[in-house]
Ligand binder design. Structure first.
Ligand code: GLN
Length: 191
């Protein structure tokens, strides 16, 4: 049972390390062959990391990964999207989650910063923001999990969990554990 990490560019290695720390097997997905071997090895979840959403989008299309990944998520594959990964899931990118992301939303001065914020069900969580987005619109089915100064920075809709910050860049494993819980809900006793 494996979790795929989209490894087209960006901070995928840190997600890999964190999932290994939690005893989870991973497969880095760079092309359609990787995606197919993920599916045929009983893949149970997908991580879309931070990076540059514009480049990630282009490479995803070039590699023919856009439609298969979109269909898998719509079919219920649990997915964790962090930072650019959040943007990728919104209405104008993969269009699987009922959110609209505002990119590079904190201006030049606050482009990158650390924060400790309340996360629903988890308490205070360290949050690293790097030219991060926030969610400017969220549909009724979207559960808001964290906000900073009134802006939504973490949310869940069914099988999709997103954070505007980078949980993989801290040593706090709770966001990844929450994602693994969502994976288990979808595939009981899979991990
Ligand atoms: N600014 C990036 C974008 O718009 C996201 C930054 C990140 O993932 N750290 O795609």
């Amino acid at each position: 049972m494996k979790i795929a990490i989209l490894a087209l560019q960006g901070a995928f290695a840190e997600h890999e390390q964190m999932l290994h720390l939690l005893g989870v097997e991973t497969i880095l997905v760079r092309n359609l062959d990787d995606w197919q071997s993920f599916l045929s090895s009983n893949g149970v979840g997908l991580v879309i990391p931070g990076g540059e959403s514009t480049s990630m989008m282009r490479i995803m299309r070039d590699e023919g990964l856009f439609e298969p990944i979109r269909e898998a998520i719509l079919g219920g594959l649990p997915v964790l999207g962090t930072c650019a990964g959040l943007i990728m899931l919104d209405r104008i990118h993969l269009d699987v989650m009922d959110i609209l992301a505002k990119r590079n939303a904190y201006g030049r001065q606050l482009g990158s910063f650390n924060y400790e914020g309340e996360f629903k069900g988890l308490g205070k969580v360290p949050m690293t923001f790097i030219r991060a987005p926030y969610i400017e619109e969220a549909g009724h089915d979207v559960e808001i999990l964290a906000t900073v100064e009134g802006k939504i920075i973490a949310a869940r809709q069914k099988n999709m969990l997103v954070t505007a910050f980078h949980p993989e860049l801290t040593d706090d494993t709770r966001i990844h554990k929450l994602f693994l819980k969502i994976v288990e809900e979808g595939h009981p006793s899979s991990l």
